[in-house]
Design a protein around this ligand. Structure first.
Ligand code: FMN
Ligand code: SF4
Ligand code: SF4
Length: 447
């Protein structure tokens, strides 16, 4: 058994060696002052000091298309669900404004190359010119020449879909705008054409960052084709689209601080994790053999372990570091090492994908009906009555105002466990087990 400090966290991702599997997701800066390559490089190096195993450039397009009069700006809005804690950020922005200028981005890559350890590669996140495969390919080549190690195709930025005319652009592929993002990524034919062209042009490994708007099972067909045309990895996922809630205490106006209008906008943070896991888990199941980067809602130190158990090779932090700062990377690495030490894993491979074998079609699962029942720990029950006030027929409050379960009526659905605020309930063996046939006989027959 290795000592804690001897645990090796290095990983080979898309054929490129990384000192650790945790790093920074692509993050376009939102203010004019931070869009300079020098300043952004300084910020990215802080992530590296905190232990990042790789870094990303923010998305970059071809210079030609950038309107010079649009300065970078955007707006964050705290997403909060009363009683349910923090649920993320809405992020309003015009994609043309926050794009990293190509010259700055290339300059930054060249500079960072002189400063980064050899096992901390640069992933260039590019969003090429619309549906022009050659334009994407040439852009990728420029990043290769500047010293990038990996190319990630951002065909998933949600912001282009928030601009005027987006719906028409999506419907008619000829009208895909120069900033295409998910308008391109949710169109498999265009995504394949762009990926094919980039793979042909560059010697670097090329991967595709998916939009969560391409849902399951559609995404599986897309990933199969991407693998066929030479994509070496898939990144899941970019931010999904939403509309921020109207300010109900201000006549339905914009909830964004200091912003005159509401807008269709991406939402990021904890709940994106469920979309990330959907992609990572199902890609592991249906398209094994392609490397995966997990991103989206990884905001607790344990989340990267979960994502790796679903098959991710590397994990990217975005909201996690926005909320918790660069030290979130250090904390996550420390957690990872301690976790591996405690469970006896000496390398990442030993637990990567371990959870995939347990994902089964719902109609092939043994649900334990008749064999399991809810058990209430009366010492923990606070008598709030929540479990007895919903769909369940089996729970009643007794004279002492404690919840009790009539086991023969318990379907072991575990709703009560999920909602009990006192963690007073768990599933255990039914006292008088029944077969499904015996249960069937108890109920009125249909028709
Ligand atoms: C401010 C900001 C800028 C972003 N810029 C980029 C970008 O340049 N390229 C990209 O592919 N994704 C970009 N993203 C998406 C993130 O990399 C990530 O996929 C998304 O935020 C979901 O992760 P999270 O829930 O941890 O925030 C950006 C997200 C935020 C919040
Ligand atoms: S929800 Fe939990 S604490 Fe509340 S009555 Fe039911 S068992 Fe008791
Ligand atoms: S497990 Fe489901 S059916 Fe059984 S007591 Fe709880 S809520 Fe009711």
């Amino acid at each position: 058994m290795k000592k804690l400090d001897d645990i090796d966290l290095s990983v080979e991702f898309a054929g490129v060696k990384m000192r650790s599997p945790l790093g920074v997701a692509a993050q376009a800066p939102f203010a004019p002052a931070s869009i300079s390559g020098d300043r952004l490089a300084e910020i990215l190096l802080k992530h590296v000091d905190a232990g990042a195993g790789y870094i990303h450039t923010p998305y970059t397009n071809v210079e030609l298309h950038h309107p010079k009069n649009k300065l970078p700006t955007g707006r964050f809005l705290k997403a909060h669900t009363p009683g349910f804690g923090r649920s993320g950020f809405w992020v309003a922005a015009d994609s043309y404004r926050i794009e990293m200028r190509k010259e700055e981005s290339l300059k930054m890559v060249k500079f960072l190359k002189t400063r980064l350890p050899s096992d901390v590669p640069i992933i260039a996140n590019i969003m090429g010119p619309g549906a022009d495969p050659e334009g994407w390919a040439n852009l990728a080549k420029e990043f290769e020449d500047a010293g990038a190690d990996i190319i990630e195709l951002d065909v998933s930025c949600p912001l282009p879909a928030t601009a005027a005319g987006a719906v028409e652009s999506f419907v008619s592929a000829e009208r895909i705008p120069e900033h295409a993002g998910m308008l391109l990524g949710d169109n498999p034919a265009l995504t394949i054409a762009v990926t094919t062209a980039v793979v042909k042009k560059t010697r670097l490994p090329v991967g595709v960052k998916l939009t969560p708007e391409t849902g399951f099972p559609r995404l599986i067909g897309l990933v199969e084709q991407l693998k066929e045309v030479g994509a070496k990895f898939i990144t899941s996922v970019n931010a999904p689209l939403s509309v921020a809630p109207p300010d109900i205490y201000n006549f339905g106006k914009s909830p964004y601080p200091g912003l005159s209008a509401n807008t269709i906008s991406p939402v990021v943070g904890p709940w994106t994790r469920y979309l990330c896991y959907r992609n990572v888990g199902t890609i592991s199941m249906f398209v094994p053999g392609i490397d995966q980067a997990a991103v989206g809602g990884l905001v607790d130190v344990s989340h990267s372990v979960e994502a790796m158990m679903l098959g991710a090779k590397i994990c990217e932090f975005s909201s996690g570091t926005l909320w918790k700062g660069w030290s979130f990377i250090t904390d996550s690495l420390n957690f990872l090492k301690k976790y591996m030490h405690k469970y006896g894993y000496e390398s990442l491979e030993e637990f990567r994908g371990l959870g995939v074998q347990y994902i089964k079609p719902a109609d092939e699962i043994d649900w334990g009906l008749g064999k399991l029942a809810a058990k209430i720990d009366q010492t923990k029950c606070k008598g709030c009555g929540i479990c007895a006030n919903n769909l369940c027929w089996a729970i009643k409050m007794n004279d002492d105002n404690k919840a009790t379960v009539l086991e023969k009526d318990c379907g072991a659905c575990a709703l009560c466990i999920a909602i009990c605020p006192s963690d007073a309930i768990e599933l255990g063996d039914a006292e008088f087990p029944l077969t499904e046939e015996e249960i069937y006989e108890q109920y009125p027959k249909m028709g």
